[in-house]
Design a protein around this ligand. Structure first.
Ligand SMILES: [Zn+2]
Length: 119
């Protein structure tokens, strides 16, 4: 039985994350965790993502808690993708963000509707 990540879990996980990444602002951490809770992520997913994120050298802010690369690939749902409201298109010049629903993953990254056919 999958347990949903909720607000109480967020409060507890906050302290674990804060200990590993003391430089991160509490508001940013809580915001990312609440996003995860409100989008229906499971407890397992969020805990694994949190651990991957604080070990990820590229993760310099708590917003990285919602990066897809920090989430376990899940073929049954698109939770990680749904967590990110917008994503950068790797083809747009200059780089532009688009709603997740309009993005498609390609070998080299995510592209928007306009650039899907070309790749
Ligand atoms: Zn594009």
């Amino acid at each position: 039985m999958t347990q949903k990540f909720d607000e109480e879990d967020a409060k507890n996980l906050y302290w674990i994350i804060q200990r590993r990444r003391p430089a991160w602002h509490w508001k940013g951490i809580m915001h990312s965790l609440q996003q995860a809770a409100s989008r229906g992520a499971s407890l397992t997913q969020v805990m694994a993502a949190a651990e991957k994120t604080w070990n990820n050298q590229k993760a310099t802010t708590p917003a990285a808690l919602l990066w897809e690369e920090n989430w376990i690939p899940d073929t049954k749902s698109k939770t990680a993708g749904n967590l990110m409201g917008q994503m950068l298109c790797v083809e747009c010049t200059p780089a532009r963000k688009h709603p997740v629903a309009e993005m498609t993953k390609h070998a080299h990254g995510w592209v928007c509707n306009e650039h899907q056919e070309e790749s």
